[in-house]
Ligand binder design. Structure first.
Ligand code: GAL
Length: 469
């Protein structure tokens, strides 16, 4: 972690935990596209993530991003008992002093598996240079799931590094471990999971895509993958097969076409096996370059897996019963305050406009703000993402003016999207103030081929606010 980044992280922690007795770490469901705060009040930063269950806890590993570029600062580890509330465990693999995961390098998509033979936990990752020209599959090892992992360098196949980028892992029902990469590659791992013994599938001509993930149901393997548009979202698609070695059949998109996979890119699917049912938790990233630490979000949805087809729905709020394995869509309820309600105090150049017959208030001016005083336990802000969307800071203060929650949000999307953009944690019922300030910045970036992507302006659009009693 760079010094300035560590400084900001610690200051935020002190700011939030130090100035209020309100315990802010509490969520009652899975929400997508909104920042999540951990037990310390900091953003859960685990991009390109995976989840491993060990004992009665779920461990989330991902890229700990910074808001200042794309250099590797470490892989984070969080744990949870309910998949809604996340405790920061540690930086599982920090930036190394030097070498391939040292300063000025890229580390992405960490995936962890427990090796059945040795009982060790092995983390695989994409290692690269910042211009993405020195890629290989690396690995790191720990004796405990939440320990500090030791970086071992390249995973070897026939004595050589595997020079591929976007990767994932799959552990089959017989305990065999596999590493899969972009463009249809599957490598079988040795018994100790520390080398690759076989290049089981090599299909760069017939299978394309990045961000791979595999699940199996009733003998059918499903391979989810994305198009190649860097941090931009696209309509992700999938293949099916009855053997990991193929042949893999192209099955098209798994989310409704044009939604750009509900504005996300696949990273992992976690099967949650219960007494009655299995929920397949789809985990996607809504990247937000360059504010990837604070403003990127998660799109986690219950993937419907049928005999040979997939369907990814979208729910603003949903719950999963970890005992039975059943999921349910739940409503965000409370008192609705529309954008043109007189209780919202606007400051600056906000303009009332209509989007899809809905009144919204929009501003792209740095420092413009609005606030709402409310009595309740939670506040949800709905906004409209558009191709000209930008960033804003959202703050909740208690009656004494102490900051009890603080996040950066983004309203950029290539396709217009009305949805919650901010869901506060549950507070002790009381009097609070919600404040939003337009940052006057937007995300944009170039990909590996130097094509440009991202927003065209800094707009923030408010549709409504829902206050829960
Ligand atoms: C994506 C890839 C991400 C990251 C990004 C950088 O295509 O899936 O993991 O590498 O490109 O532009």
């Amino acid at each position: 972690m760079s010094n300035s980044f560590l400084h900001i992280y610690v200051c935020l922690l002190i700011l939030i935990t130090g100035c209020s007795g309100t315990r802010i770490h509490q969520y009652d469901a899975i929400y997508s596209g909104t920042p999540w705060l951990d037990n310390n009040g900091n953003t859960v930063s685990a991009r390109g993530a995976c989840i491993v269950k060990e004992g009665n806890r779920y461990y989330l590993f991902g890229e700990l991003k910074s808001d200042e570029g794309n250099d590797f600062v470490g892989f984070s580890c969080y744990s949870s008992k309910d998949l809604y509330n996340w405790k920061f465990e540690k930086i599982a693999l920090p930036q190394q002093k030097n070498g391939k995961l040292g300063p000025g390098r890229v580390g992405e998509r960490p995936k962890v598996m427990k090796c059945p033979k040795t009982g060790e936990f092995i983390m695989y990752m994409h290692v690269d240079s910042t211009n993405y020209k020195d890629q290989y599959v690396g690995y790191a090892v720990s004796n405990t799931i939440d320990g500090e992992y030791t970086f071992k360098g390249a995973l070897l196949f026939e004595g050589k590094p595997i020079k591929k980028w976007d990767l994932s892992t799959y552990q089959d029902t017989d305990g065999s471990g596999y590493v899969l990469t972009h463009s249809g590659n599957v490598y079988k791992l040795s018994d100790d999971y520390k080398s690759a013994t076989k290049h089981l599938l090599d299909e760069p001509d017939t299978m394309h895509g990045e961000a791979p993930a595999i699940i199996k149901k009733n003998g059918v393997y499903f391979w989810l993958t994305s198009g190649l548009t860097s941090w931009e979202r696209n309509d992700n698609f999938y293949y099916t097969a009855t053997s990991l070695a193929g042949p893999w059949k192209d099955q098209g998109y798994f989310a409704p076409e044009g939604t750009l996979t509900h504005n996300s890119q696949t990273t992992f699917v976690l099967p949650i096996y219960g007494s009655n049912d299995t929920t397949y938790l789809f985990m996607g990233d809504r990247w937000s370059y360059p504010i990837q630490h604070s403003a990127a979000t998660y799109v986690w949805q219950p993937l419907e897996v049928n005999s040979a087809t997939l369907h990814l729905p979208y729910y603003e709020k949903w719950n999963v019963d970890l005992k039975t394995g059943k999921w349910a869509n739940t409503e965000i309820t409370g008192k609705t305050v529309l954008a043109n309600d007189a209780t919202i105090k606007y400051s600056g150049n906000w303009k009332q406009e209509t989007e899809n017959n809905i009144n919204v208030f929009r501003s792209n001016t740095k420092g413009d703000s609005f606030s709402l005083n409310f009595t309740g336990s939670r506040v949800v802000l709905y906004g409209v993402s558009q191709s000209d969307g930008g960033y804003a800071i959202v703050t909740v203060k208690d009656a004494e003016g102490n900051v009890v929650a603080n996040s950066t949000i983004e309203m950029y999307s290539k396709v217009t999207n009305h949805s919650p953009k901010y869901v506060s944690p549950m507070f002790k019922k009381g009097i609070y103030t919600l404040e939003l300030t337009v940052l006057g910045k937007h995300g944009n970036w170039t990909n590996k081929r130097k094509d440009t992507f991202g927003s065209t302006d800094n707009y923030i659009s408010l549709e409504k606010i829902i206050v829960t009693e």
